[in-house]
Write a protein that binds this ligand. Structure first.
Ligand code: CP
Length: 299
């Protein structure tokens, strides 16, 4: 039987997502009630991080522990990874010693190659092109807060990045629409969008993209520790901050989401991220619950 991987959002059908979302609800309830839910007892997750993380590492590691299994953390500094061993060899070795692998790496082609040689399911913990686990948590959060996301409008305000591309795939699976507004020079790379995707509209003006949206979402413009590049980006993104004026263009009951970490005063005002429409803490917590359901489903 072919191994089921989770390398991009479009890897699951709507039926599979409905199952995972329902399990996420059950698992969340058990977690909140301190009920044991050891569906992955004696199973092992290996987590490979070629890029830094707080939320992804914590949610996978805590999640696997709560499911009764173990999680092992590997990075490129404290292992042989990144020292020239072919990725195909690393995949073969790791997948003989564990039950599931999560990777955060650079290009999507790296994770695709890894998965091709793995004997166990591989999960994308973020690549430059995709962040499916985060968008799964976001979709779950929307459904939890507001019900079905079908036919709703999600406003994406910011550069075209891995989050946007996963949102565009999610729109096709769940049947919602994405209003996209990216600054000049940070436009959609059409190679990352499926040719038949009619589930998005581009807006030059970010406020127009927020008009009547059910959910407004954005992501960091600048990375901590990259101050030289950051100055140029801040200039290009001038006007793209999600502030109260933009939220006022959305529906009255619209939610605000951000995958975090966030820079208040850059991509989002403090008033919005700390305001009543923001669900960022629930969204962050839901990484734990949906990934536990995902691990359970794949293993
Ligand atoms: N949102 C997210 O993926 O956070 P980390 O980079 O901290 O994992």
């Amino acid at each position: 039987m072919a191994i089921k991987h989770y390398l991009q959002f479009s890897d699951f059908t709507l039926d599979e997502y409905e199952y995972v979302i329902e399990r996420s609800r059950v698992i969340k309830r058990k977690f909140k009630n301190y009920e044991p839910h050891h569906s992955l007892a004696d199973r092992t997750l290996v987590m490979v991080f070629e890029k830094n993380s707080t939320r992804t590492r914590l949610s996978f590691e805590a999640g696997m522990h709560q499911l009764g299994g173990a999680a092992i953390y590997l990075n490129t500094r404290d292992s042989q990874l990144g020292r020239g061993e072919p990725i195909e060899d690393a995949a073969q070795v790791m997948s003989r010693m564990c039950d599931v692998i999560m990777i955060r790496t650079f290009g999507q082609e790296i994770i695709d190659r890894f998965a091709a040689y793995s004997r166990v399911p591989v999960i994308n913990g973020l690549t430059n092109e995709q962040h499916p686990c985060q968008v799964l948590a976001d979709v779950f959060t929307y459904i939890e807060q507001r019900g079905s996301i079908k036919d709703k409008v999600v406003a994406w305000i910011g550069d075209a990045n891995n989050m946007l591309y996963s949102w565009l795939q999610a729109a096709e699976v769940f049947g919602f629409h994405v209003n996209v507004s990216t600054p000049k020079g940070y436009d959609i790379d059409m190679k990352q969008v499926s040719p038949g995707n009619r589930r998005y509209t581009f807006f030059a003006n970010p406020a127009d993209a927020c008009q009547d949206a059910d959910l407004v979402t954005t992501d960091v413009w600048t990375s901590m520790g990259y101050e030289d590049e950051n100055a140029a980006r801040l200039k290009a993104f001038d006007g793209w901050i999600v502030d109260q004026a933009k939220m006022a263009r959305a529906r009255k009951d619209a939610l605000f989401m951000h995958c975090l970490p966030a820079h208040r005063g850059e991509e989002v005002s403090a008033e919005v991220i700390d305001g009543p429409q923001s669900v960022v803490w629930e969204e962050a917590e839901n990484r734990l619950h949906v990934q536990k359901a995902l691990l359970e489903y794949l293993v």
